[in-house]
Every structure is written in C-alpha cells, then in structure tokens.
Unconditional design. Structure first.
Ligand SMILES: Cc1cc2nc3c(=O)[nH]c(=O)nc-3n(C[C@H](O)[C@H](O)[C@H](O)COP(=O)(O)OP(=O)(O)OC[C@H]3O[C@@H](n4cnc5c(N)ncnc54)[C@H](O)[C@@H]3O)c2cc1C
Ligand SMILES: Nc1ncnc2c1ncn2[C@@H]1O[C@H](COP(=O)(O)O)[C@@H](O)[C@H]1O
Lengths: 324, 249
C-alpha cells in the first residue's frame, strides 16, 4: 500500500485554512490505511513555505521547485505532481476542492489513469468515500479501484490540521518537467482585495440576494451589518449575475460551500442550488419579506420583514450590544 | 474553426430530486430532462465564436442513451451544425467519458473543445480537465471570457479571490462558468432546420476502448433533513436570541 500525498495550495506565501483541511484529511486517510501522509509544495524558492508546511504533523514535506511552477498553471503542475506520485509510489493524492484543486486534480488523475472522487465529505476505514451529488440531494458511497486514487475534499467537512509539536522533515526535490510540452501562459491575476474575513474561513457569514436590488444597496445596507458583526460577506448567484458583487462571493452548488457557526441569508429565496452551499451551517437565519420563501425551511430563526427596514435596525441593535 | 461541444443530459435544475429507497439512484418519473446548464453556455459560446469569426463548424457530442437525441436536437436548434451520439447504457466514470471524447477529438480534429465546468447531476467537475490531459492540450476551466485571435486564445477564469487570465495556442479545452454568456433560445425556424441536420449514432463498442469504470457508486442516500426552526417577531427578538440563546453575536 502506498502513502497519501497531499497537494498544499498557498496564496501570498501563506497556507489558507482550506490547505490545512486537506492536510488533516490526508492524515485521516493515512491513519485509516496504516500508511504515511506526505505533503507536497510546488513552486519556486520554497524554503520558507516548506518550513510552514512542516508544522502540521505530516511524515514528510517535499518541496518541488522549478521555474515553470512559479505561477500556478495546470499543465506544469499536473506534470510535476504526477511524477512525484510515481517516484514516491503514493496511493491516494488529495487536495481541497478549491478553484485550484478542482482545476488541477482531474488533470492529474487523467495523467495517472486514476479514478477521482470530487468534494468528498467522509473517509471510511476501507478507503471508500462519501460525496454529495445532485446539489447535495444525494450522498453517494463511492469506491475506487486501481493503484492510484485522486480525491478532493470539501473544506467544510474536515477540520484544519492542528499544529504539531515536532516539525516534519523537509526534503527538496527537483521537479521533473518536460518544458517543451508546456503550452499555458499565466497572464495576470486581478485580485479582489477585502479586509473582511475570508468567506470560507469566517465564523459568521452574511449573504445577500436579489432582494438587495443593487450593488449600492449591498454597500449601504448590508455591509454595515457585515462589519459590525465582523462577518464575511457572501451572495446568491442572482446577486452575482446582476453584477451587485464579485463572482467569488457566490455561495452554492456551483460557487463556494460554507458552513460557518452562523449564516444569515438576506433577501435570498433559498433555491436548492443556494442551499447546497450553506445548509450545513450551524445556525441559519433568514430575513425575507415572503413568508413562503423556501429559505425558511432550513432556517433556525426566520424573520419575515422588509430587509431595507430590518437590516439597518439590526445593525443598530448589534452596535448597541457591542457597545454595552 | 471547428469547435466540439460535449454535452450531458441532466434533470432540470428546478426538478425536486428524490432518492430511491433502495439506494440505486434517483426517481426518474416526473423528471424533466434538459441539457446541462453549463453545456448550454458552452454551445452558446461556440456559436458566438463561429459567428465572430464568420467561419467554422460547431459539432455536438453526447455519450448516452438513444433518447439523449432530444437534447442534441435542442442544441442543433440553437444553431449547432451537426451532432454525434455515442450510444451507451453502461455506467461510465468521468475518465471513461473523457476517453470517449478524446477518441472523437482524434476523428474530428477540432481546434477547440468547450465543455461545461460541471454536470449538475454528478457535480464532478472533472471531464474537461481530464480530456485536456489526455490530449496534451492546454486547459482553461471556469471561463468567464474567451478571446481568440488567430491561433492564440486568452481566457479570463473565475477563481478564488478574483479573476485570472491565461493564454495559450490552440488547440485547447475550455470549460464554462455561469457568467460566460446567456444562452439563446432555439427559434422556431431553428427547430425546423434542426430536424434535417446530421445526427450520427455511434455504438460505444465500435470505438475499441476499455471503459471499465474504476470509480463505482455503491449506494446513493438522501442526506439528513435539516429541521426548520421558528419564526421570530422582530429584529430586537432576533438579535436577543442570537446573543443570549445561540451566543453567536
Ligand atoms: C446551473 C445552475 C447553477 C446555480 N448555482 C447557484 C449557486 O451556486 N448559488 C446560488 O445562490 N444560486 C445558484 N443558482 C441559481 C438559483 O437557482 C437561484 O436562481 C438563485 O439562488 C436565486 O437567487 P436569489 O435568492 O438571490 O434571488 P430570488 O430567487 O429572486 O430571490 C430573491 C428573494 O428576495 C426576497 N426579497 C425581495 N425584496 C425583499 C425585501 N425588500 N426584503 C426582504 N426580502 C426581499 C424575495 O422575497 C425573494 O425570496 C444556480 C442555477 C443554475 C441553473
Ligand atoms: N455523458 C456525457 N456526454 C458528453 N459530455 C459529457 C458527458 N458527461 C460529462 N460531459 C461533459 O463534461 C462536463 C463536465 O462534467 P462532469 O465532470 O461530470 O461534472 C459536462 O458539462 C459536459 O460538457
């Protein structure tokens, strides 16, 4: 039986919570299979990052360095990672189902002629996994055959790996890349900067829907509440499609999956595609003027009200609480 | 330019999905079947590219049962030129689907394959990326804008934290995100014309591929149901509950 290899994604020299989730899921898989969990970091000049990756209890961290890995590109990354899988004889290759994990891992699977399970929520003792299908309306028990299996994990379904007292040994390896075969070029990244907590990491998420009616209302009505509560902001697809807020705030089946301690849905009807991205939140609050809105069927606390009256009021109430 | 669009037939996203009690799948009575929404976006993008370049051909492909013809006809009615149906009724995994598409790509030699980013039934989000690797082509997943100039393609991708731009030479694989375009409806003349367009059926066995699935769904179960809570009477009461009972604010 081969080891478990985890692809450690990073941004700005930092491992987000989603990466620590992948490491923890990798550790769990390794424990259940009686093998070791190895973490792979890909890029250029990885000394500092590799040391950071060594804090989470993996048996080993491997830093794969190559100029072609400077920016993330699917072709170079899939090649380098596939070569590493073969070198160390890994049986499971795991990452989190972030935009990058979703982009890379299927390409890797094809290169290794391996089956792949996306967005899994449970690892069973025999190595089988459970994953949602049909926008979370079905939970599939999935078995994979073959010497290598590829998995992405749902970030809300596993905890982040805790810091370990002893650092993992770090190894450097030259990435084996056939540069002539690479065709993709990174042109640029238009980053949306925000001082708010990350949507997928926040303890509280407040999302707005079409009911907000405009981008300006997001700013003037919803954001004051978001900020006084210290929440992350999310949105429905309708709000994103209408251009009220950037695309990376979309919560749902085809957007981000979140499961904060508290999720407040404002002016969101609760279509199944939206519920798929938030119904595992611990406490759900819905504020909607339509008492028949399906969002109320999953809400712990429902308030039937006009949001343009309720949200400023709520902002004021919370502000009073915080000052008290 | 020749563009291949692989599409899947899925339950209409507005359908309420019921899981069969024996765990073998979903109840299919009362299900309305449609083209996977992301694949409709793929068809639309292919048609727009053809219209922009004023030349080319849009070929649809589906791997499914004979009655998936219906969705291919809809795509033809939107304006695609012809279609291929690889007839299959065995369970296939994503890698097998990608292999079949790769085989058709070898026959058709398109310069671009546009797929949906994800089929909304299996929610895998895999086939496009797998296909790109099997072909050794560049990939641009989650596309929200596609520009083609000569043999060079530039794509804006929806990724975590913003928008990323990548570029590459053709041929290539692109997968669509929701904001790439708004698919057109099939017009009445389009529907009439579609009846006469070529729709070729190919038995999957004739492709000579080993398609034994390596991933098997053993059981499909309904998720635990979330209990609906209660309605509160006022903002004041809501904040009080969140503060004192839930202790979250
Ligand atoms: C392929 C596909 C993928 C999709 N993926 C996603 C996804 O990932 N995420 C997602 O969210 N959706 C997704 N959708 C879309 C989904 O089906 C719904 O259309 C969408 O979630 C609706 O957004 P909404 O609730 O903001 O808008 P609406 O359904 O229009 O609801 C607006 C709500 O606001 C309320 N409202 C209006 N004015 C006020 C007011 N003054 N005060 C209080 N309440 C008010 C209304 O009562 C209504 O309930 C997808 C759809 C498809 C087909
Ligand atoms: N049976 C199929 N026939 C043709 N294309 C398919 C099929 N299954 C998936 N695809 C394509 O692959 C995309 C991604 O599907 P998936 O990886 O299953 O989420 C879809 O949006 C389709 O474009």
């Amino acid at each position: 039986m081969g080891d478990v290899l985890v692809f450690a994604e990073y941004q700005h020299e930092h491992f987000p919570k989603s990466t620590l989730v992948a490491i923890n899921a990798g550790l769990e898989m390794a424990r259940k299979r009686g093998v070791q969990c190895v973490v792979a970091v890909l890029g250029e000049n990885l000394d500092a990052l590799a040391q950071k990756a060594a804090r989470y209890g993996a048996a080993k961290v491997i830093a794969l360095e190559h100029p072609a890995l400077k920016n993330y590109l699917a072709d170079a990354h899939a090649q380098a990672l596939a070569n590493l899988v073969k070198t160390i004889g890994a049986e499971y290759v795991m990452a989190t189902a972030t935009a990058r994990g979703k982009d890379l891992m299927p390409r890797l699977a094809a290169r290794l002629e391996a089956p792949m399970a996306s967005d899994i929520i449970t690892i069973n003792d025999d190595g089988s996994v459970i994953r949602p299908m049909y926008a979370g309306n079905g939970m599939a028990l999935v078995e994979m055959d073959g010497p290598v299996k590829v998995i992405t994990v749902r970030s809300t379904a596993f905890d982040a790996a805790p810091e370990s007292s002893s650092p993992s040994p770090v190894e450097k390896a030259a990435a084996n890349i056939d540069q002539a075969s690479l065709k993709m070029e990174f042109v640029g990244f238009n980053e949306i900067k925000s001082d708010r907590p990350q949507l997928t990491e926040a303890r509280i998420v407040i999302s707005g829907g079409r009911g907000l009616k405009s981008g300006e209302n997001f700013t003037t009505v919803l954001e004051p509440l978001v900020d006084v509560v210290g929440a992350a902001m999310g949105a429905s697809r309708a709000a994103v499609d209408a251009g009220f807020v950037p695309n990376d705030l979309q919560v749902g089946q085809t957007g981000k999956v979140v499961a904060p301690d508290l999720y407040i849905a404002v002016g969101i009807s609760g279509a199944i595609q939206h519920l798929a991205g938030m119904k595992d939140s611990k406490v759900i609050v819905a504020i909607n003027k339509d008492e028949e809105a399906p969002i109320f069927s999953v809400a712990d606390y429902g308030l039937v009200a006009d949001l343009f009256k309720a949200i400023p009021e709520m902002t004021e109430e919370v502000r009073k609480l915080k000052q008290a | 330019m020749k563009i291949l669009v692989p599409l899947k037939r899925v339950p209409d996203p507005a359908t309420t999905i019921r899981i069969l009690a024996d765990g073998t799948g979903i109840a299919t009575d009362n299900v309305k079947w449609v083209i996977n929404p992301f694949d409709e976006i793929a068809i639309e993008e292919a048609l727009r590219i053809k219209e922009r370049l004023k030349t080319g051909e849009v070929v649809l492909l589906t791997i499914g049962q004979s009655n998936w013809q219906e969705q291919l006809r809809t795509g033809l009615a939107m304006g695609a030129d012809r279609a291929k149906l690889v007839v299959n009724d065995q369970p296939l995994d994503t890698l097998a689907i990608a292999r079949v598409i790769a085989k058709i790509v070898a026959e058709e030699q398109p310069q671009l394959v546009i797929l949906g980013k994800q089929a909304i039934d299996d929610d895998s989000n895999q086939v496009g990326q797998m296909l790109a690797e099997l072909l050794g082509w560049p990939q641009a997943t989650f596309a929200s804008k596609v520009d083609i100039e000569g043999e060079r393609c530039t794509v804006i991708r929806e990724v975590d934290g913003g928008l990323e731009t990548v570029a590459f030479p053709l041929p290539a694989v692109i997968t669509t995100d929701l904001r790439l375009n708004e698919p057109r409806y099939a017009s009445l003349p389009g529907i009439m014309k579609a009846r006469k367009k070529e729709l070729k059926e190919i038995p999957i066995g004739s492709l000579g591929l080993d398609l034994t699935p390596k991933l098997k769904i053993k059981e499909l179960k309904a998720p635990p149901k979330r209990q609906a809570g209660r309605k509160v009477g006022s903002v004041e009461e809501l904040v009080k509950l969140l503060h004192e009972e839930a202790k979250l604010i």
